[in-house]
Design a protein around this ligand. Sequence first.
Ligand code: 13P
Ligand code: SF4
Length: 347
Amino acid sequence: SVEEMENRVREIKEKFGERLFLPCHHYQKDEVVQFADATGDSLRLAQLAAKNDKAEYIVFCGVHFMAETADMLTRGDQMVILPDMRAGCSMADMADMEQTERAWKVLQETFGDTVLPVTYINSTAAIKAFCGRNGGATVTSSNAKKMIEWALSQKERLLFLPDQHLGRNTCVDLGIPLEQMAVWDPIHDKFEYDGDLENVKVILWKGHCSVHESFTVENVEEIRRTKPDMNILVHPECSHEVVKESDYNGSTSYIIETIKKAPAGSKWAIGTEMNLVKRIIAEHPDKEIMSLNPNMCPCMTMNRIDLPHLLWALETIEQKEQFNQITVDQEIAKDALLALDKMLKIV
Ligand code: 13P
Ligand code: SF4
């Protein structure tokens, strides 16, 4: 039963104490989050991994790229375990190394040595390593502005992988005109750009998050029409059209903090993953809160981590067998850490 599983999770956690650390991303289900030693957005989860040197086992409740990041940042012999290996991120999978090398070759031919590659943390360790090797860095949704500003102080141009929306939204925020942004289509190996490439400052990789792409301008217009006093708050993985029409945008932690600070009685439509929106609704009965798209789906891969998988992962630690361990290849980790450390130093 659920109760038995919950008791077992508690029992194993108690038994291991500080030797076991259980970080959770905000998109995890309540049945998992209730056992979190810490919750956070991608930046905080990375920072926590970087400073944790006590835990022998880190049971990472989030998706694969986050567990890879934790493995690299813990550096020593701490073991990072992902309760379900199928918990990937479809956006991170939209940039692979072969595509990136083909793109890089064209970018070098077109722009010479004027491009700095920067990757959203939602990417594979190999892509982070590619950025690290070429002088670039990682960014998260909560520091993208600062990091892109830094990138453009280093080189004339920026290649932003793999989320075109976070890249576009942040660059618009920084005052870069849309006309100076080209899209690189990695499936067809070509630019999507009408003008003269000479004028391009930012090359956006054509990747996206399907969860956040499901919020549309029609959703925003519907709220504006039916509930004009509602504030619209979205994640910057939403399309630029949606972000432009909303009132506020930011990382999952920013979304949580914004609602916490909002006055009682205020009204909010939130455009981000459903597990988080549901939790925010439950925690703020004094505010009127809804999803920006009532028909949206949860992030299916985040949802793969559930109570049975969490318990299973903890039992493998207890029995010292068949761990779902995430280990990044040493060579890749060395270069990826150049990119991660650059970010952690700047923010
Ligand atoms: P943040 O929690 O860093 O805002 O990221 C959201 C996300 O989609 C993680 O996959
Ligand atoms: Fe990836 Fe989108 Fe899920 Fe975040 S919400 S883990 S970006 S698929």
